[in-house]
Design a protein around this ligand. Structure first.
Ligand code: FB9
Length: 557
């Protein structure tokens, strides 16, 4: 074993001695301090002539020092014995241990403890016997005819009620109906309740039959289980006899005087999920997508149409769009008709005449639909089947107020009396864009639709000729969805027929292009919701509103 080794041992021994000296010095300093504190408080007490038997209250800092010292010297400290040793509430020690552990000065392991504490009442049973035993003894003492019930009831409640019930259950006592008296059914009894309670008191609860023990605790509430935790404390990686004062904030003073360079800062306890999520409101996925769509329209210079009327007249929902009154979409199979108010109470008469004429005989070069148009049909109130009804109102108003180019959009609920299935409910949110200006073409429509869907992250868009009663030409819109990796039908579009626009009084050279889609479909796709019932309506889980992801729209940019 080389010289180097022996010198190292000497060194080790030396600093161990040094450490011991240090401990000794600190312990002496502490007891002197303690002595000093006691002397001052005694003087104070003398002054306040209050003789205090209660132990001197040591503050946490003092307790912490003692705990660290003992940890240092004993290697491991048990929280419970430390608390009783220093006559302080164990909970205080737990607090100190946890905060020391938070800065790695100590480490600890916790063990769950529990004990069975007898209640006052139980103690009195041990003292005087259980109420059932006392009830029995009383009756027994009255001889074989027992005692009349009224007399028995004069006994203290615990005996005459709890005792009586228990003794009856144990078949020690019985009621003699004939004589209305309480009689003993057995010669003698063993007061098992008292016995078991005594066993518990002597800490031999294991010897009490589980069933009995359970009854004593749960049914008769004569004993209560108390649980607590005890901690075994050891030195931690940052152990020191005095906890370094951790700085909580980087203050301007520290920056100014450079103290930050040597200061030890308290770590942020960013425990993921720590703290309960504030019970704040949560935006429904549909409204997140609506918000995103609104953003897109507003950025494209569109202004929102007022859609705050779910109830619409047949006139604005269908007739102004020159949709003939016998069109299948207008019958109850597809449309919800209002019972009350069944009839609309207003329509711009002069304009109604023009619409009537266009339906019946046409005009402006159109042959119209050549049928007898009925006012009462137009006056029927319905739940609007599309927000295009609102577009019709806005275009008529535009003509009334004097035409000027405009871009309008609407996003709101529409109602269709359709069969409910995985992707369809009897209502959905329609998204509609309308552009009106002189000389607009189908190319402009294709262009604005491409621009719109590009904002949705769909840059590949295709058009398929389609038919709508109120637009000619019309096109279904398909887009390649990068996430789905396939082409999806994303909407419909067209140029409003002159038969619709001219009766409104819009100039001949004004054309109006429009397109529509739903809010539900994109929301289902973006939030990966397969069945529309999980998205909207009475069957959806409120929880999903709370933990749905951010709306991906506009994020990728
Ligand atoms: O929304 C639809 N599809 C869609 C839209 C966006 C989308 O985005 C991706 C994730 C990012 C994905 C899908 N559709 C329209 C297409 C189909 O779902 C269709 O089966 C169902 N349609 C509804 C009507 O059902 C009876 C969606 C709804 C729809 C259809 C047409 C219009 C509005 C809504 C219209 C119109 C129109 C036409 C001309 C002029 C003015 C308005």
């Amino acid at each position: 074993m080389g010289a180097k080794q022996s010198s190292q041992d000497d060194a080790g021994r030396e600093n161990l001695d040094a450490l011991k000296e240090e401990i000794e010095r600190l312990r002496k300093a502490l007891s002197e301090e303690e002595e000093e504190r006691k002397k001052t408080t005694r003087e104070e007490d003398k002054k306040t002539s209050k003789t205090t038997s209660a132990p001197i209250q040591v503050d946490d800092r003092e307790l912490e020092k003692r705990l660290l010292l003992q940890t240092q010297s004993d290697g491991e400290v048990d929280s419970a014995s430390f608390a009783s040793q220093h006559e302080v509430d164990p909970k205080r020690i737990v607090g100190i241990i946890k905060s020391l552990a938070a800065s790695n000065v100590v480490v600890f392991s916790e063990t769950d403890k529990n004990t069975l504490n007898l209640t006052e009442e139980a103690m009195s049973f041990i003292e005087n016997g259980s109420p059932e035993a006392r009830a029995f003894d009383f009756v027994k003492s009255k001889g074989k005819n027992g005692v009349s019930l009224p007399e028995f009831k004069k006994l203290e409640k615990t005996i005459s009620e709890v005792g009586f019930k228990q003794a009856m259950q144990q078949k020690w006592l019985a009621m003699d109906k004939a004589t209305n008296s309480v009689v003993a059914k057995v010669e003698e009894i063993t007061d098992t309740c008292r016995t078991y309670l005594r066993m518990i008191k002597e800490g031999k609860k294991e010897e009490v039959p589980a069933k009995e023990l359970d009854a004593l605790i749960k049914k008769r509430k004569l004993a209560k289980v108390e649980t607590w935790k005890e901690y075994a404390v050891k030195r931690g990686p940052e152990f020191a006899l005095e906890r370094k004062k951790l700085e909580h904030d980087l203050t301007k003073e520290m920056l100014a005087n450079g103290a930050w360079k040597t200061a030890t800062f308290k770590e942020y306890t960013l425990v993921p999920g720590a703290g309960n999520i504030p019970a704040s409101g949560h935006v429904h996925p549909l409204l997140k997508v609506r918000r995103a769509f609104r953003e897109i329209f507003l950025q494209l210079g569109f202004s929102e149409m007022p859609t705050n009327n779910f109830v619409e007249s047949g006139f604005w929902n269908f007739d102004t769009l020159i949709q003939p009154q016998q069109h299948p979409a207008r019958d109850a199979h597809d449309t919800f008709f209002m019972k009350t108010p069944a009839k609309a109470n207003f329509a711009p008469e002069e304009y109604v005449e023009k619409v009537k004429k266009m339906h019946e005989v046409g005009g402006h070069g159109s042959v119209g639909h050549n049928y007898a148009w009925k006012r009462e049909e137009a006056d029927k109130n319905i739940l609007r089947t599309h927000t295009t009804a609102v577009s019709a109102r806005m275009l008529h108003k535009l003509a009334e107020d004097g035409f000027k180019p405009c871009k309008l959009f609407s996003i709101d609920r529409v109602f269709r009396n359709e069969a409910v299935d995985r992707t369809h409910l009897a209502e959905f949110h329609q998204v509609e864009g309308v552009v009106c200006d002189k000389g607009l073409t189908l190319g402009d429509l294709i262009g604005v639709i491409r621009q719109f869907f590009a904002q949705l992250g769909m840059t590949q868009v295709r058009f398929k000729p389609a038919f709508n009663p109120y637009t000619e030409p019309s096109m279904e819109i398909f887009a390649f969805h990068p996430m789905l990796g396939k082409w999806v039908e994303v909407g419909n579009s067209g140029m409003f027929r002159p038969e619709m626009l001219l009766p409104m009084g819009l100039p001949e050279d004004v054309s109006v292009i429009a397109w529509g889609l739903s809010l539900e479909r994109p929301t289902m796709i973006m939030f990966g919701i397969d069945n529309i019932r999980d998205l909207f309506g009475s069957k959806m889980q409120l929880q999903s509103v709370k933990n749905n992801q951010l709306c991906p729209l506009g994020l990728e940019k």
